[in-house]
Design a protein around this ligand. Structure first.
Ligand code: PEP
Ligand code: MG
Length: 324
């Protein structure tokens, strides 16, 4: 499939109306790294660090993590890599950690909640990231931040790790970005301070949609019940885009929907300027994006919402069919 899009691999993704959309890839395993070159990704918008923890039968050591993360940064060369700190709990259970019995794991003790309550592993991971960067730029992103104070506490862990590395005489990253995933509706309504202080935000659409509609992303009975192009959900995303524009906060979308061409078009039309997706989706998304006027598409979306449509999908499909 990548051969089909080889001719546009090194072309910037610019829509037919001249808007540049950054297309990045999601990764997590060393096996994903060759795709950095093959897919035409501008960088890694989401590196799921928990995958390295999930494929082992014991907790990795810091030195091992330093090696892994350096290999990722080496492979990326000058492309930006966003490392998401450990996102475990819910569906992702480490075989070597004591299982906890929770009535609703998806709403339970997971991701940054574990990281802040039991900071040992998070601290080790932050040290490993700083050391792996070894002077190169570093972007760290915290999963499942539900309120401003959680971001502050997580950022404080980074500051402490930086101070420690400095004391030990290690080289600090030339640039350090600290961002948060927006995966709970609450964060979309967080204080302006959050939007002002994060270096970037990334919408984790898989979780955000699950919590927006209260529909389990793992449950086949309800998983596909609500459309990502649902008018209420798009209105919420619009609000997030506007808040980020006001505060000048770089915003991306890194859930699976970013890799679905129609969804990707709509996200771009709604104002997302950076999408992160599985590598194989970059070609198809770019190809369609380059043929579409996002400004016209936005008009179509706004009209469908104003007309009270439950989902804008039929209107978007009609519009695209007329073009071809
Ligand atoms: C998301 O929730 O959209 C996301 C990117 O994170 P994950 O799929 O790993 O939960
Ligand atoms: Mg998530």
């Amino acid at each position: 499939a990548q051969e089909r899009y080889a001719s546009i691999r090194d072309t910037d993704c610019i829509s037919a109306c001249g808007t540049r959309i950054g297309l990045h890839m999601n990764a997590g395993l060393m096996a994903d790294l060759p795709s950095l070159h093959g897919s035409g990704a501008e960088g890694v918008g989401l590196f799921r660090t928990e995958l390295q923890f999930l494929i082992r039968n014991k907790m990795p050591r810091r030195t091992e993590l330093v090696q892994l993360y350096s290999r990722v940064l080496d492979a990326a060369e000058d492309r930006r890599v966003v490392f998401r700190t450990l996102d475990i709990g819910s569906d992702k259970v480490l075989p070597y950690m004591k299982p906890i019995d929770e009535p609703n794991p998806a709403l339970g003790w997971r991701a940054i909640r574990v990281g802040l309550d039991k900071p040992g592993v998070l601290r080790m991971q932050l040290q490993a990231l700083l050391r792996a960067a070894n002077g190169r730029p570093l972007a760290v992103m915290f999963p499942f931040i539900a309120q401003y104070e959680e971001f502050l506490a997580a950022r404080e862990e980074v500051s402490k790790a930086v101070a420690r590395e400095e004391r030990l005489g290690h080289t600090l990253p030339e640039k350090l970005e600290i961002g948060a995933m927006l995966e709970t509706p609450s964060l979309g309504f967080a204080s302006q301070k959050l939007f002002d202080e994060v270096d970037f935000l990334s919408v984790g659409g898989n979780d955000l949609k699950q919590f927006f509609f209260a529909a389990d992303r793992e449950n086949e009975l309800v998983r596909r019940r609500y459309d990502t192009l649902n008018a209420s959900f798009l209105s919420f995303l619009e609000r997030i885009v506007e808040r980020c524009e006001t505060s000048g906060t770089p915003l991306s979308f890194c859930g699976e929907d970013a890799g679905r061409p129609i969804e990707a078009l709509v996200l771009a039309a709604m104002g997302f300027r950076m999408l992160s997706m599985r590598p194989a989706s970059i070609g198809p998304v770019k190809s369609l994006m380059m043929r579409t006027r996002l400004d016209d598409l936005r008009g179509v979306i706004d009209r469908a919402i104003a007309d009270g449509e439950q989902t804008v999908r039929p209107a978007v499909m009609d519009y695209l069919r007329e073009l071809t």
